[in-house]
Design a binder for this molecule. Structure first.
Ligand code: CA
Length: 229
């Protein structure tokens, strides 16, 4: 589990089907989440504050979309929508409703947990209102324009290389584990090889500076903090 995860994240599971909610709550609690259950849209709308909502769109009382919109107008709580396979809803519609991500039934438990963690991480980094520009020594990473300059020279990076550099640059000198980086940059459900990560690190070193990103053996990587001039 990534070190940045808080001990007890509170989830609200909105799901009317007990054959899904039962095992799901059990699994999520085993993962260390605190889970509240709502069986209807009305219950969901009166539930106390939580850190993330898992929202089934097929509810017995209210339209799931209405619940999603209503939750969204009330605050910035991250929402992951659960839809049935083949439901007439696409990613754009879901994002319009204010959902942060979605999963399609039947989904894998590991996939769901990975998405929950990714959405929570995105939400918490947005909550901190990060500076548009990250400056570390001769390196300037501008998130607003997605441009990078190193030693006053502009460097062209691929989108994933850029995201990876931002992850490392958010806290220069701090070690980011391989798992954290994989989740943050490739966010969805990367349970395969992490060789992709090494390839992107190698490319960043080549494009920027060989020793700018340090390998921390069997843990991960960190952005080198330059010595004081
Ligand atoms: Ca349902």
């Amino acid at each position: 589990m990534p070190a940045c995860q808080a001990a007890a994240v509170r989830l609200l599971l909105v799901e009317d089907d007990p054959t899904i909610s039962g095992p799901l709550m059990e699994g999520l609690r085993r993962e260390g989440f605190e889970v509240t259950h709502a069986q209807t849209g009305a219950e969901a709308l009166v539930a106390g504050p939580v850190d993330l909502v898992l929202l089934d769109l097929g509810l017995p009382d209210l339209e799931g979309r209405v619940v999603c919109q209503e939750l969204r107008t009330r605050g910035a709580v991250p929402i992951i929508v659960v839809t049935a396979r083949g439901a007439e809803i696409d990613r754009v519609t879901l994002l319009d409703l204010g959902a942060d991500d979605y999963v399609v039934k039947p989904f894998g438990f590991r996939e769901l947990v990975a998405r929950i963690r990714a959405v929570l991480r995105r939400a918490s980094s947005e909550g901190l209102a990060p500076l548009a520009k990250i400056e570390v020594g001769d390196l300037i990473v501008d998130r607003r324009t997605r441009t990078v300059t190193h030693r006053r020279r502009s460097v062209a990076l691929s989108p994933k290389e850029f995201d990876l550099l931002v992850c490392l640059g958010e806290d220069p000198g701090a070690v980011r584990s391989r798992e954290q980086l994989m989740h943050d940059v490739w966010d969805e459900h990367w349970w395969g090889s992490t060789k992709t990560l090494d390839v992107h690190i190698a490319s960043l070193r080549k494009k920027l500076q060989a020793d700018l990103i340090e390998t921390v053996r069997s843990v991960g990587y960190r952005l080198k903090v330059p010595d004081a001039p």
